[in-house]
Design a protein around this ligand. Structure first.
Ligand code: BES
Ligand code: MN
Ligand code: ZN
Length: 507
């Protein structure tokens, strides 16, 4: 496998637009407002911008791209105008996406050096703009085609961000943006890996190596230690596979924590999901190589937490297994006993994510987690409910759900809460065990969440269902096809924002 992502060099300047030097100069243009802060733009482009506007080729509609040329005295001859939509609708998410759009477009045009003008008047402030712009260009420097024998990729090398106002030290903001972008790309890289190249053992080794590099404490539990802990749910899922399971535990301890809380991040790490004996149809089964996206997100978020120096203790647990239909596989009707002692009647072996998460949530509590967030490609039902752009949030108490939602807004990962009313739990009733592992078609995302809740031990807990958001089926100007890295930045922002949630109590 060759390089699949690269973090560009990013600098910040206050130079005049005409003095910026790069292969391509990017100027965002608000809709029907092309020259408001760049009065020389049209003249530099020889009237091309006004002409394109007049013939409706480029009007600044959101993420629209228009390439033209600038003449002397401007130093960069190639101009890339990126539509920024209506000025009054501009948000940090749009600015991030404009940067990604510009950088993806520059890479397609084989331009490794970019200069980007930040259009002011959004109320964002230059420091935050620098963060999201650095994040956005880094997200664009990712290429999924890792097994082509003849790679044909132009990487972005350097980006000069021109922000308004007086000169200031933006180094920390650049670093924060680059870290968020790079850690998202690390998660995407792992999620992209095919099942034969990322078995549970290899996934654990890869995660452990990255974590050690970042200075995290690492523990990799093998099948013997997993058995010693009586993790019957994880072991049940693994039975149908020749590949042994792993449980990866990472820990981050700040020098001076601001509160005596521990954020416990748990990620589903199914390296391939065939469905097991309740086997999936052949069509699109290849997509199930990304069934460890939640685990990858949690690992990458821990790297970001370490690099950014989050103010609270964080630990992450990723149960890793294949879900296969071999001779020893669990069967519908089987009963498994979880590490905590609760019994589960298996009605569908394809509802395996909640099983491995159940034992992992219990273990997170054993290690002292006080606030739980789990991330999983859990249900097709969540994709039906919320589509491919919005992560489902489930949890309790609502203050904790709100904290995760707020972090996701800052991160640019869209999410929305669905209910976890206990009425739905009836659907999980079992005749012979404590509960079943499937609640039928109605409210499938919710009953999946309620199953996991049984293992949260009453702690503040949020479940993020990323089945729809982990993988982009079609390319957008700001988002290539493939693994998205969803939830990495949400979890990192949540850890960084601990000051705002660590004092609220569970209700
Ligand atoms: N990994 C799948 C969920 C999934 C489906 C992710 C589609 C991404 C796209 C999960 O393990 C699964 O198979 N869930 C079942 C649960 C059902 C059997 C209760 C589902 O959603 O059909
Ligand atoms: Mn499944
Ligand atoms: Zn699955």
């Amino acid at each position: 496998m060759h390089t699949v992502h690269k973090t560009p060099r990013v600098t910040v300047s206050q130079r005049a637009t005409g003095d910026l030097e790069a292969d391509v100069l990017v100027i965002p243009v608000f809709e029907d407002d092309p020259f408001a802060d760049e009065p020389e733009l049209d003249a530099a482009a020889g009237g091309d911008v006004a002409a394109a506007h007049a013939r409706k080729e480029f009007r600044g509609k959101l993420y629209e791209v228009f390439q033209t040329h600038a003449g002397l005295p401007w130093k960069t001859p190639r101009l890339l105008l990126v539509g920024a939509g209506k000025r009054q609708d501009c948000t940090s998410e749009r600015i991030r996406r404009i940067a990604t759009t510009a950088a993806l477009s520059a890479r397609q045009r084989r331009a490794p050096r970019l200069a980007l003008v930040h259009r002011d008047g959004t109320g964002l402030g230059p420091a935050r703009a620098v963060e999201v712009l650095a994040e956005g260009v880094t997200l664009a420097n990712f290429e999924g085609a890792s097994f082509k024998t003849e790679p044909d990729t132009t990487w972005l090398d350097s980006v000069e961000l021109r922000v308004g106002g007086a000169a200031a030290d933006y180094a920390a903001h650049v670093a924060r943006g680059l870290t968020m972008g790079e850690c998202s790309n690390i998660a995407r890289t792992m999620a992209n890996e095919p099942g034969n190249r990322l078995t549970p053992q290899l996934f654990a080794e890869r995660g452990a190596a990255l974590a050690r590099e970042a200075g995290l404490k690492v523990d990799v539990l093998d099948e013997k230690r997993i058995a010693a802990l009586n993790m019957g749910l994880l072991l049940g899922v693994t039975r149908g596979s020749q590949e042994p399971p792993r449980l990866l535990v990472l820990e981050y301890q700040p020098a001076k924590p601001i509160a005596a809380v521990t954020l416990g991040l748990i990620g589903k790490g199914i390296t391939f999901d065939t469905g097991g004996i309740s086997i999936k149809p052949a069509e699109n089964m290849d997509k199930m190589k990304d069934d460890m996206s939640g685990g990858a997100a949690v690992i990458a978020a821990m790297l970001a937490v370490a690099r950014l120096g989050a103010p609270v203790r964080c630990l992450s647990i990723v149960p890793m297994s294949e879900n296969m239909p071999d001779g020893l596989a669990i069967k519908p009707g089987d009963v498994l006993t979880s590490a905590e002692g609760k019994t589960v009647e298996i009605l569908n072996t394809d509802a395996e994510g909640r099983l491995v998460l159940g034992d992992a949530l219990w273990y997170a509590r054993q290690l002292g987690a006080t606030h739980l967030v789990d991330v999983a490609t859990l249900t097709g039902a969540c994709v039906v409910a919320l589509g491919k752009t919005t992560t489902g949030l489930f949890g309790t108490p609502s203050t904790w759900v709100d904290a995760v939602h707020a972090a996701s807004e800052v991160a640019g990962d869209r999410s929305w809460a669905l209910p976890v009313f206990e009425d739905y739990f009836e659907q999980l009733k079992s005749e012979i065990a404590d509960f079943t592992n499937t609640g039928g078609r109605a409210g499938g995302a919710i009953t999946g969440a309620l199953f996991i809740k049984e293992f949260a031990g009453g702690l503040p807990w949020v479940h993020m269902d990323i089945a729809g958001t982990a993988w982009a089926e079609e390319a957008k100007p700001y988002q290539p096809k493939g693994a998205t890295g969803v939830a990495v930045r949400t979890l990192a922002e949540l850890a960084m924002a601990a000051g705002s949630w660590s004092t609220s109590r569970a209700t």
